[in-house]
Ligand binder design. Structure first.
Ligand code: NAD
Ligand code: UDP
Ligand code: UDP
Length: 320
């Protein structure tokens, strides 16, 4: 007999997934965390292992899965350019085959299913800030396409299963998110800058550092995802979840230097192909429908993330 809600989190041993596991356990759910450990690690959920309502399962979402759950958060997919470009064919497979399998599972179980989509569906946007109505400006054949188009196709599958099979779907378009448990070598800007600053290395700005991003602290993001899952069935999204505070990459570098007290220099490297020039979510829908908005300021979130990496690097004797 199952009194509590059973929740499957694919990619649950990753950065965002591990916080989702934690919050849902706190809320009383039974959590099945599924991961193939491509970018996630057991370490991210080690503190949950003894929990009576927590289970960790090694599995690749590209293969069918037969379990019994009430809700599915489909988070499985490498998220940083370095990792998703390492094996781009596998990245598209994870998004597309993974979505088909998880939607098939949800269909059989009549379970609610949430997709971790991304601001990358907007590509290099010509509308600013980005609203959910914007169809995006994505290169279909570039080095970022395996991720962007894979996620776009997953959205298509979600909406077709909704229309064709009346599935209860929720699509969240997640904007750049940061916090503890980011992979130290995953190449994303926040982890790169913090690790470089703590090690006293040069801070690598790609291009001239004038491109912008809007950074959301992981606690805020996870609260938004759970609020979306709890909306009435009529709410499908897509819905932007992110922090509208927009910063240039140079401002981010300067803030990290300020907060760490590092003596690192700024150095300039070539801008990667198809790197979006600007990105800022319009979160009107999230405010109205989810009654959600982010509450953690960039400096506060960065301080917590710096403290995490400081301990991690000290443990590994990587600090100067
Ligand atoms: P992450 O790399 O830390 O987590 C992804 C997890 O998925 C990892 O644990 C990885 O091992 C697992 N995984 C990858 N391929 C898999 C497969 N085939 N089968 C099973 N597990 C697999 O990244 P994250 O930042 O926590 O991202 C989580 C989700 O949120 C991803 O879907 C990502 O696209 C989305 N997202 C993240 C951001 C962000 O800024 N972090 C922004 C937009 C969207
Ligand atoms: N699937 C799964 N678990 C289930 C049910 C389905 O992994 O409990 C997978 C299976 O691989 C299937 C896919 O989801 O091919 C899509 O399922 P659907 O029922 O939509 O289509 P099918 O391919 O079965 O006609
Ligand atoms: N970036 C940078 N230096 C780094 C890593 C990234 O200047 O060491 C830039 C990158 O070119 C992009 C921005 O920071 O313009 C955000 O990069 P990230 O990979 O974190 O996310 P995404 O490009 O997917 O939004």
């Amino acid at each position: 007999m199952h009194l509590e809600k059973r929740v499957l989190i694919t990619g649950g041993a990753g950065f965002i997934g591990s916080f989702l596991c934690e919050r849902l356990l706190e809320a009383g759910a039974t959590v099945l965390c599924l991961d193939n450990f491509f970018t996630g690690t057991r370490m991210n959920v080690a503190h949950l292992m003894g929990h009576p309502r927590f289970e960790l399962m090694r599995h690749d979402v590209c293969f069918p899965l037969y379990v019994e759950v009430d809700e599915i958060y489909n988070m499985a997919c490498p998220a940083s350019p370095v990792h998703y470009q390492f094996d781009p064919v596998q990245t598209t497979k994870t998004s597309v085959h993974g979505a088909i399998n998880m939607l098939g599972l949800a269909k059989r179980l009549k379970a609610k299913i949430l997709q971790a989509s991304t601001s990358e569906v907007y590509g290099d946007p010509v509308i600013h800030p980005q609203t959910e109505e914007y169809w995006g400006n994505v290169n279909p054949i570039g080095p970022r396409s395996c991720y962007d188009e894979g996620k776009r196709c997953a959205e298509t599958l979600f909406f077709d299963y909704h229309r064709q099979h009346a599935l209860r779907i929720k699509v969240a378009r997640i904007f750049n998110t940061y916090g503890p448990r980011m992979h130290p070598n995953d190449g994303r800007v926040v982890s790169n800058f913090i690790v470089q600053a703590l090690k006293g290395e040069d801070i690598t700005l790609y291009g001239d550092g004038s491109q912008t991003r809007s950074f959301c602290y992981v606690d805020d993001l996870v609260r938004g995802l759970i609020s979306l899952m709890e909306t009435p069935d009529s709410v499908t999204g897509p819905i932007n979840i992110g922090n509208p505070g927009e910063f240039t990459i140079r401002q981010l570098a300067e803030t990290v230097i300020d907060l760490t007290g590092a003596r690192s220099k700024l150095v300039f490297r070539p801008l990667p192909q198809d790197d979006p020039k600007q990105r800022q979510p319009d979160i009107t829908k999230a405010r109205e429908i989810l009654k959600w908005e982010p509450s953690v300021e960039l400096r506060d979130g960065l301080s917590k993330t710096i403290a995490y990496f400081d301990t991690l690097l000290a443990d590994r004797n990587m600090k100067v």
